[in-house]
Design a protein around this ligand. Sequence first.
Ligand code: PLP
Length: 237
Amino acid sequence: MTEQERNVMEENVRAVRSKIAYAAQQVGRAPEDITLVAATKMNDAERVRAALACGIDAAGENRVQELLEKYDAHAYDGKPLHFIGTLQTNKVKYLIGKVELIQSVSSVRLGQVIAKEAAKCGVRQDILLEVNIGGEESKSGLAPDEVDDAVRVLAAEPTVCVRGLMAIPPVADTKGKNIGYFRAMHQLFIDIAAKKYDNTDISVLSMGMSGDYEDAIACGATMVRVGSAIFGARHYM
Ligand SMILES: *Cc1c(COP(=O)(O)O)cnc(C)c1O
């Protein structure tokens, strides 16, 4: 990385932080109540390390293989690591002991596999349940009306702790387009938290990406996952 690339990244993080603070204050919330997760996919260990050093709260990876490579390269040292991508049950074992939070638990079965693998390692794994709030065929995640049952079933697993909900709404081509989905997610989050199921600690609502994190915060997000606004546009090969 060049010095200039580092400066750009630092400036990007500063800008994101200041927009987070503004969005939070607009709705009477404290900026430090919002966790900023850098969505690090397709950025190498050096770039991830540089971004995390600019004052980001956690790293979020999408692919297990990519995570393991960067983990070995010490990309995430000193910061919590989250998994935010599609997760196959046979890959769960590689994440246990490395990630603080698995955000993308898209089915009860996946949650149960995580519980089993965590038990083998003698740890308790924090998870978020992913909700397919847009009802999109192409996306995984629980339907909103499946969430309550899923929390109840997973609350019975002593080696996982459901910490809240995560959503990836449809791609928004115009500003403000996802506000309806964000509001629906917040209501779902409030309803689930109010049930106070044993062995759960529902306090995280992860929603909002580069294009819409300010709207998500206005609607009650406690955690945002920001990629391109920090790293620049991704170059898919
Ligand atoms: C890539 C990604 C993000 C961040 O997307 P940007 O639009 O680049 O901010 C957030 N969440 C998930 C699950 C992602 O895969």
